[in-house]
Design a protein around this ligand. Structure first.
Ligand code: PNS
Length: 163
């Protein structure tokens, strides 16, 4: 069985993340969407909030082979725990490539058997990031179409209260 882990901060999960998840769900038997639990990154949404938003996406998109989860140690340790042979990441631009290149080198040093596969972002989402969504929402702009519709109302209200 081909199992993949799609890790990230997902603060919050965007339509760009959804695009990668949908592609991965077609390729893998099971995909774990794994939220990084790391307070050093100062996320604005709690791990529980982020996992709940991902659960709503999985359900409303009917992604029956996707599961949500969270992890706080090394990614490769979490991947081993869930039996994953692959890590899944999205790439938007050349700047992502440099960052991903480093993460891959570290992960391969730690666990050479676990390989990372990359999905190129839909060009329509090449500008999109969780931090853009947070900023737009906090400053009163519309985040419609930038986050999965099942989470739109919740995020709109939460981000508006953030400022
Ligand atoms: O969405 P992000 O913040 O770009 O995701 C980064 C993530 C979660 C993939 C990375 O920070 C990570 O894997 N952290 C866990 C700690 C770890 O395994 N570090 C070694 C690889 S850098």
């Amino acid at each position: 069985m081909k199992i993949g882990v799609y890790p990230g901060s997902f603060d919050p999960f965007t339509v760009g993340h959804l695009d990668v998840l949908k592609s991965a769900a077609k390729l893998f038997d099971v995909v774990y969407v794994a939220v990084l639990n790391n307070s050093a990154k100062s996320p604005i949404f709690t791990v529980e909030d982020r996992v709940s938003m991902i659960d709503r996406v999985i359900e409303s998109e009917g992604l029956s082979n996707a599961r949500s989860g969270s992890f706080s140690g090394l990614l490769v340790t979490y991947a081993e725990q869930v039996g994953a042979q692959y890590i899944i990441r999205g790439l938007r631009a050349i700047t992502d490539f440099e960052y991903e290149f480093q993460i891959d080198a570290v992960n391969r040093h730690l666990e050479p058997e676990i390989r990372t596969v990359y999905f190129m972002a839909n060009p329509a989402h090449s500008f999109l990031s969780s931090s853009n969504v947070r900023e737009i929402g906090e400053l009163g702009g519309s985040i419609e179409g930038l986050v999965p519709s099942c989470n739109y109302q919740y995020l709109r209200e939460r981000l508006a209260r953030q400022e």
